[in-house]
Design a protein around this ligand. Structure first.
Ligand code: SF4
Length: 288
């Protein structure tokens, strides 16, 4: 399948405009997300409709605490991600571990039927990065609207203005990760950049979309008083302290199995900082 948001350059080279990596692909090249490939001068999907996860979740698990509370959401994911977070809980699907056995071809219409059958009020594009399976998500979202289902986009926020304009008419609620307060951490730890994430937070807030933000608090990376304060200040600057802020506790995972889990006292500090900055709704998550 030919992808959307691609621009032909010279000599069959094509630029992908889906995420801020803006990969420039020669014939045969695969993008950083590992799912988009230049095939003879046009970008195609390597895994069309190849769904790696479907699950019925409480909406609060996304996490969204101020949107359709008490309902269930039909969660879907396709493989791939445009970040390389070494702590990823879902690395088997986000980083496309070939040993991951569970994947099946499911078309968007089937998601709708399954969501309705399961009594869900919404469909969540989640677990991996929905930006990477934009075409599948868009088709599903359009059908969802026709069937009175809401669409929930759970994202790292690293998508382009072009992608934002495509999805904005169909998404009802966003949960965006703010993973650090500085560009250096985004570059060195995630192979991404902070600015596009902040631009999206600002644009979605301005567009009056339902928005909640999540920060996974990782010892030694973003748990200092300075980093936590700065992240809160950024949310304040680019959106508002009205936006619910989920402060989530880190547990060792993937390439960070040697890190300690976040101490409870650090989580309490984060909550104190959020309250002090004036956040009306900040929540601690993973506190088991
Ligand atoms: S989605 Fe992002 S990472 Fe993937 S090919 Fe396009 S620009 Fe590159």
């Amino acid at each position: 399948m030919r992808t959307i948001l691609q621009k032909s350059l010279k000599d069959s080279i094509v630029k992908c405009q889906v995420c801020p990596h803006y990969c420039v692909l020669k014939p045969g090249d695969i993008g950083k997300c590992q799912v988009r490939k230049n095939k003879a001068g046009e970008i195609v999907l390597l895994y069309e409709n190849l769904v790696v996860a479907t699950h019925i979740d409480p909406i609060e698990k996304k996490p969204l605490y101020h949107f359709l509370r008490g309902t269930t959401t039909y969660s879907i994911a396709l493989a791939g991600c445009n970040m390389k977070c070494p702590w990823c809980q879902n690395y088997a699907i986000s980083q496309i571990d070939s040993s991951y056995p569970r994947h099946q071809t499911i078309n968007p219409q089937t998601h709708i039927e399954n969501a309705i059958k399961s009594g869900c009020n919404s469909i969540s594009y989640t677990y991996s990065e929905p930006t990477i399976y934009l075409e599948h998500a868009l088709e599903t979202m359009k059908l969802a609207k026709q069937h009175n289902l809401k669409n929930v986009w759970v994202t790292n926020g690293f998508f382009t203005k072009e992608t934002r304009e495509k999805i904005l008419p169909f998404v009802d609620a966003f949960n965006i990760d703010l993973k650090a307060a500085d560009d250096h951490t985004y570059k060195t730890m995630m192979n991404a950049r902070l600015d596009p994430v902040l631009d999206n937070i600002k644009a979605l807030y301005k567009a009056k979309k339902h928005l909640e933000i999540t920060t996974l608090i990782i010892p030694g990376m973003n748990d200092s008083t300075k980093q936590l304060n700065k992240m809160g200040e950024l949310i304040k600057e680019y959106a508002s302290t009205d936006v619910p802020w989920h402060l989530s506790r880190f547990f060792p995972s993937y390439l960070m199995k040697n890190k300690p889990k976040t101490p409870r006292k650090t989580m309490k500090k984060a909550k104190y900082i959020a309250d002090d900055l004036g956040f009306k709704n900040s929540y601690l998550g993973n506190m088991f």
